[in-house]
Design a protein around this ligand. Structure first.
Ligand SMILES: Cc1cc2nc3c(=O)[nH]c(=O)nc-3n(C[C@H](O)[C@H](O)[C@H](O)COP(=O)(O)O)c2cc1C
Length: 210
């Protein structure tokens, strides 16, 4: 087990009271040591984002997570507003904009569409990794290491409570593994999504420690 990482989860769901899936995912990672859950819609119902506060939060963490339902092949609006305001020139990129360099970046999303819908022949025509390219390139431009995304597909068909609970447990396992640095980093390049095969990716014996 390597050195611990402080994780910042920027959570964006505009109607959490109607959520079936994300409400369980986010509950599963609340209260963990060194993990900050920051609910953007709750903090900024009027969209007036406190840029300095957000930048200080970023500086105080090693891994940044964008957690949200997939909306129109992207994120809910507040996360775009957050990027436009917080990732300032001179802070996140450009001359002397080195604040985020060396941090890790993860997207954690849920999609209504099933996994098979996200390919050339499928309903959504593009793979999730392709659709997430603006996030990947944003992370790269800011000098962050982009991790394969954590993706829960086919949310509308997740009827059984235990299926949703399993995804929530997997999310917690991934966040703890990132925090405890128990991910097999070498396997990451081959992996389409972080939660594809957790046993291969994470040293689970030492990852359970919350
Ligand atoms: C405005 C809006 C846009 C959506 N766009 C997409 C989309 O582009 N692709 C997709 O697979 N699902 C899309 N969905 C479905 C949501 O991703 C899905 O309902 C959500 O992930 C379920 O999580 P929840 O139960 O926490 O709300 C969209 C839903 C809404 C309300």
């Amino acid at each position: 087990m390597g050195k611990s990482n402080r994780i910042l989860i920027l959570f964006a769901h505009p109607a959490l009271e109607k959520s079936r899936v994300n409400r369980y995912l986010i509950e599963a990672v609340k209260g963990l040591d060194l993990v900050t859950v920051h609910d953007l819609y709750e903090t900024y119902p009027d969209f007036y984002i406190d840029v300095k506060f957000e930048q200080e939060l970023l500086l105080a963490h090693d891994t940044i997570v964008f957690h949200h339902p997939f909306y129109w092949y992207s994120s809910p609006a507040i996360l775009k507003e957050w990027q436009d305001l917080v990732l300032e020139y001179g802070f996140a990129y450009g001359h002397e904009g080195t604040a985020l360099q060396g941090k890790k970046f993860l997207t954690a999303i849920t999609t209504g569409g099933g996994e098979q819908a996200y390919c050339r022949e499928g309903y959504n025509h593009f793979a999730i990794r392709e659709l997430l390219l603006p996030f990947e390139q944003t992370a790269r431009l800011c000098g962050m290491e982009y991790l394969p995304p954590f993706v829960v597909h086919g949310t509308h068909k997740l009827q059984e409570q235990h299926q949703i609970a399993k995804h929530a447990e997997d999310y917690r396992t991934v966040i703890i593994a990132l925090r405890n640095n128990t991910v097999h980093w070498a396997h990451l390049t081959e992996c389409k999504r972080l939660n594809e095969d957790l046993n291969q990716l994470i040293n689970t014996e030492v990852s359970q420690n919350a």
